[in-house]
Design a protein around this ligand. Structure first.
Ligand SMILES: [Zn+2]
Length: 250
């Protein structure tokens, strides 16, 4: 593994523009099970019944039974070493932006400043009727949380049936088309639009470094360096290797 760490560190140091694509896998070590896994939310709550925008509009109180569970799990989660390591990579100038499919706010909590969220963020709530926004924290005691206009608030996460935010789409594809390296972390990148980013970066012969606990469809097609390991183990080693090189490069 050390040889691959050194190689990956060199890629990250040489690249003038590196972006990361992350998914549920990076937050599992923070105690948030992948919604799609056997322990995940969708095992208990059928997403067709609880996670579509139509379901929310029809019966927001019912959907809040699922959201309360999500909020409990996400609310007590703390960034792990992969999140904080990516924050450090950004500070060192070796990572320019994180594009995430997660809604848990853990990249920001881990020190990343440039974060594009495909699926929104659960740390705020908005009113679909009057547009007022609240911190989730401030509404934690209310079940369901209500706007001052008395309507039920919706977390600012993208429900099934809602579009990926226009800005997130545009910005991530702009960055991908000029990226020289892509770090894929904790995602099999099968859900749109995340599934098209690797091929976009590959068009300019960018290097792809993949960190996943299992092989994915990327591993044998576009990935240059594959770490079959948890991100919490690999990313701190990358950070250490880059620090060491920066030290010796003067
Ligand atoms: Zn309102």
């Amino acid at each position: 593994m050390q040889k691959s760490i050194d190689e990956a560190a060199r890629i990250l140091m040489d690249s003038r523009m590196t972006i990361a694509l992350t998914g549920a896998g990076i937050s599992v070590e923070s105690g948030i099970p992948d919604f799609r896994s056997a322990e995940g939310l969708w095992a208990t709550y059928d997403p067709a019944e609880y996670a579509t925008i139509q379901a929310f509009r029809n019966d927001p109180e019912k959907v809040w039974r699922m959201l309360r569970e999500m909020d409990e799990v996400v609310g007590r989660a703390k960034p792990n070493e992969a999140h904080t390591g990516m924050g450090e990579l950004e500070q060192m100038g070796c990572l320019h932006c994180v594009i995430t499919q997660n809604v848990d706010n853990l990249h920001q909590a881990g020190g990343s400043r440039e974060v594009i969220e495909y699926h929104g963020n659960s740390s705020t709530l908005s009113c679909l009727w009057c547009g007022k926004q609240y911190r989730t924290e401030a509404k934690r005691g209310e079940i369901p949380p209500l706007c001052e206009c008395q309507k039920v608030l919706k977390p600012d996460v993208i429900f099934f049936g809602e579009a990926i935010p226009e800005y997130a789409m545009r910005r991530s594809f702009e960055l991908a088309s000029s990226a020289e390296a892509l770090l894929v972390v904790g995602t099999s990148a099968v859900v749109s639009p995340a599934n098209t980013l690797p091929s976009v970066v590959k068009r300019n012969r960018a290097k792809i470094i993949e960190i996943n606990k299992e092989r994915t469809h990327l591993t044998d097609t576009v990935t240059d360096i594959f770490f079959e390991a948890s991100a919490g183990k690999v990313i701190p080693q990358l950070v250490a290797a880059i620090r060491e090189r920066k030290g010796s490069d003067g």
